[in-house]
Write a protein that binds this ligand. Structure first.
Ligand code: ATP
Ligand code: MG
Length: 579
């Protein structure tokens, strides 16, 4: 595997708006499309892809990979991508999910050619079902769901024909039309494709095409009481939209023969399916069903809880679309499911924030620092770079005065070995301001330190002493009279184990939740410029981490989310892997 540095350089060079998911990482799907373009496999038709979410939950970072593949590859070859809602399960689907999915795809940076719904094709799918019945390729089965399962056989035993398999075409047509007309109760009959009950591929043992379900659909209302199964709807929907390359995750590989069978029997546009590996990330669970459970059981605060791997969750946490696209491209595409370190995602996000986030000073757990020789009532403005990585970000003025807040952690009355921050008699730099030397402390009745008194060197303004004196540490600060208070939410991994599915007998994946994934710090003290923070702004609170404003904020009552701490553990992992 090439060094991270190289992958990264390749990615940032090619990751431009014209080709958002492009990278020089090997990608067999790109090779296939390139070859099909070269051989004009689809004549002069453009490359057409689709992203087909089921609107039964919010999109997560795994979907981001599928989105980057579907939209990104089509883009690269001048093709087009449809957003198609695979809405064939009325009981689990809702408009709320449809809306959020559109918002998330756009946020990731992609725009669809056409907005489609599998439900728009219900009439056509029904006509094609009649056509298959007339051709003797489909039949109505009265077996119960349990019986169908028993008759299907196993991987080692062939299945058995249903006693209804040889119904006449007329009888099948009659029953199927009456199924549609609502004459039968849910689950009493199904329409099945007549393929081969002895096929080594279980998906080919007369798969169910339609089931009866008297349920209200979020788009078609009560118009239908029979609904097509995923396998019967998907390939034909692709075909209707002239999808040339239908890309999906590996678990559908065994369904591919069925995908082809329907298209061949119907003689319609020959869409082709290709499978790639699912994105799995350590400490992260990407099952929509289980994410829904987290929300319903209030284990998290909604789909957009910043600890969630949903796109709306990580967006609220402060992750950026650019970093996610870069990460997804770096994680690569293959035909083997694996697992990607969450630290790699964090690395790409940190790198993006390091380049773009504005610096600010914020003290999470304040301790008062009083400069005894600084004139009472005096204040001054110190000029500070907004981003040392980006001179074009400019500078700002930060107020300085006699009383400051510093972090409790930046002072020790009795310093342990190698503690270079403030302690009695030690001199440190207040970032961008002055050198100070701690003198003595004031304690509360319980012995806790409430104030540290110090003296400053007026000659060290700007943070350097003219006599060339060195200090071993620089700490951040906020002027007490100018500070604004805020709530800070610190997030840790949502799951305690690298593989959330690493379970003991009888355990559920939710038993692996990290009980300490959220810590709320109230009464943090921030430099006054942060009062104007906007939701889209990204900050590095110096020495503390990357932060963004949370939508829960109210004027005078700001809330900031920690996107990530500063420390990059991915570099360490890389080094270890290389060693
Ligand atoms: P879940 O299994 O969590 O319910 P799903 O695959 O059923 O997810 P869909 O809405 O059907 O969710 O997914 C839409 C598309 O996104 C599909 O093509 C699917 O293959 C792809 N996808 C879903 N999860 C991942 C993942 N972890 N990595 C890559 N692609 C994914
Ligand atoms: Mg699905």
């Amino acid at each position: 595997m090439p060094a991270l540095e190289k992958i990264y350089n390749d990615l940032t060079m090619t990751n431009n708006p014209e080709s958002l998911a492009a990278s020089t990482q090997p990608n067999f799907l790109r090779d296939i499309i390139a070859e099909d373009v070269r051989t004009k496999k689809f004549g002069d038709a453009v490359i057409q892809t689709r992203f087909p979410p089921e609107p039964n939950g919010y999109l997560h970072i795994g979907h981001a990979k599928a989105i980057c593949i579907d939209f990104g590859l089509a883009d690269e070859f001048g093709g087009k991508t449809n957003l198609r809602f695979d809405d064939t399960n009325p009981e689990k689907e809702e408009q709320e999910y449809v809306d959020s999915i559109m918002e998330d795809v756009r946020w990731l940076g992609f725009e669809w050619e056409r907005l489609c719904y599998a439900s728009d094709y219900f009439p056509q799918l029904y006509e094609w079902a009649l056509q298959l019945i007339k051709a003797g390729k489909a039949y109505v089965d009265d077996l119960t769901a349990d019986e169908i399962r028993q008759y299907r056989g196993t991987l080692t035993e062939p299945g058995k024909d249903s006693p209804y398999r040889n119904r006449s075409v007329e009888e099948n047509l009659d029953f199927f039309q009456r199924m549609k007309a609502g004459e039968f109760p849910d689950g009493s009959r199904v329409l099945r494709a007549k393929i081969d009950m002895a096929s080594p591929n279980l998906n080919m043992r007369d798969p169910v095409m339609y089931r009866i379900l008297h349920a209200t659909h979020h788009r078609t209302g009560d118009e239908w009481c029979i609904y097509p199964m995923y396998d019967y709807a998907h390939g034909q929907s692709d075909s209707i939209e002239c999808v040339t390359h239908s890309m999906c995750t590996l678990e559908f590989a065994d369904h591919q023969p069925l995908y082809r069978w329907y298209i061949e029997q119907l003689g319609i546009f020959p869409s082709q399916q290709f499978e790639f590996d699912r994105l799995n990330i350590t400490y992260t669970m990407l099952s929509k069903r289980k994410l829904l459970q987290l929300v319903q059981e209030k284990r998290v605060n909604g789909w957009d809880d910043p600890r969630m791997p949903t796109l709306c969750g990580i967006r609220r946490r402060g992750f950026t679309a650019e970093a996610i696209r870069t990460f997804v491209a770096a994680a690569g595409v293959s035909r083997t499911n694996g697992s990607t370190d969450v630290e790699m995602l964090e690395h790409f996000q940190r790198d993006d924030l390091n380049r773009h986030a504005r610096r600010a000073m914020a003290v999470l757990r304040p301790l008062k620092l009083i400069i005894d020789n600084y004139p009472a009532g005096q204040e001054e403005l110190v000029e500070v770079a907004n981003n040392p990585e980006d001179p074009s970000a400019g500078t700002r003025q930060v107020p300085f005065s006699r009383e400051l807040y510093i972090e409790q952690d930046d002072f020790r009355e009795v310093p342990p070995p190698k503690y270079y921050r403030l302690s009695p008699g030690k001199e440190v730099r207040l970032r961008n301001a002055y050198f100070v030397t701690a003198q003595n402390v004031v304690k509360a009745a319980d012995g806790s330190i409430v104030e540290v008194h110090c003296t400053y060197d007026p000659a060290s303004r700007g943070g350097n002493s003219p006599d060339g004196r060195k200090v071993k540490s620089t700490i951040h600060w906020v002027s007490t009279t100018h500070a604004i208070s805020a709530e800070i939410r610190l997030y840790d991994k949502l799951f305690a184990k690298p593989d959330p599915y690493d379970l003991a007998e009888g355990q559920d994946v939710l038993d692996n939740l990290n009980p300490n994934s959220l810590e709320i710090v109230t009464g943090a003290k921030l430099e006054p410029s942060l009062a104007n923070a906007r939701l889209e702004d990204r900050f590095q609170f110096e020495r503390v981490g990357y932060f963004c404003l949370d939508p829960d904020s109210k004027p005078g009552n700001l809330v900031f989310n920690r996107t990530l701490p500063l420390k990059d553990s991915w570099a360490k992992i890389e080094k270890k892997a290389g060693a």
